[in-house]
Design a protein around this ligand. Sequence first.
Ligand SMILES: Cc1cc2nc3c(=O)[nH]c(=O)nc-3n(C[C@H](O)[C@H](O)[C@H](O)COP(=O)(O)OP(=O)(O)OC[C@H]3O[C@@H](n4cnc5c(N)ncnc54)[C@H](O)[C@@H]3O)c2cc1C
Length: 292
Amino acid sequence: MIPAAFDYIRANTVDEAFAHLQQHGAEARVLAGGQSLIPAMRFRLARPGVLVDINSLSDLSYLRAGDKVLAIGAIARDRDIERAPWIGDRRWSLIHDASRVVADPVVRQMGTVVGSLCHNDPAGDWTAVALASRAEVVVRGEAGTRRVKIDDFLVDSFTTAVAEGEMALAVEFPVPDDRTAGSYQKMERKVGDFATAAAAVQVSLNADRTIRAAGVALSAAGACAVRVDAAEQLLAGQKPSAELIRAASDAAWHRSAPQADLRGTVEYKKHLAGVLVARGLRQALARLGVEV
Ligand SMILES: Cc1cc2nc3c(=O)[nH]c(=O)nc-3n(C[C@H](O)[C@H](O)[C@H](O)COP(=O)(O)OP(=O)(O)OC[C@H]3O[C@@H](n4cnc5c(N)ncnc54)[C@H](O)[C@@H]3O)c2cc1C
């Protein structure tokens, strides 16, 4: 199908993009990679009156791995992450795993992490990764720039804390310490498909190999990605064991509240949520040299 008529503005600076968004309010949408927005417009599920294209804002194409945060700018592409020189470091294993299974290589040429977070598809991959990593999104609003914790950012399906007239500038992932590793486990029907179920897991160990902290999140398990608080709490402070992993897996099963669709029944997807969390925990621990 052909999209409804719209005006197109190519912004040359962040200030210019922001000014257009402020001027057009609810009528305007940011165009990043266009991998979700353009198909939605073609199916007339979205009918923005004005598109503000941010693809010329090369100052937002950065991936900055600093001492405290890894900052990913609003037009850094999925493919840039997959090829980043630091991505092989096990501290980034969760992001590395996800960067290889989001959509397909063609979509990853254009799709952005920030765009994916702003889109907030219930079965999106980056939302679960951001939850397990305790990321924050940098949002430019009328009152200036603010940081929004990912738990507050993901409001509901296709709805985020980015208000009318605002834009997201970047997402920031805290730099994990040396005793941290993660894993992203996605069950998809075929390469390029959205998740039937997916689990993002991050584990940090103490020197004595007990678990200092854990991040556990699910995708395709509700209106948007969800944190499995119960699993995170029961893992913290414990020695890794098969029983502990089973308990975390049960917590994921309880937390998962998926919709039945062509990809599977509610029971099947809940079962997968538990299995994928267990697999993710085992893989993250194995990456830290702990076999369970
Ligand atoms: C065939 C196909 C398969 C796919 N499979 C998967 C998959 O398996 N997993 C997955 O997670 N995704 C998948 N996607 C979605 C893809 O990853 C998208 O690229 C991503 O969801 C959106 O990123 P984008 O940069 O293309 O955003 P766009 O499509 O440009 O924008 C998406 C939405 O976010 C808003 N937005 C974007 N950037 C900003 C910003 N900086 N500030 C404020 N609002 C913003 C837009 O206005 C729009 O509403 C798939 C897409 C396709 C076409």
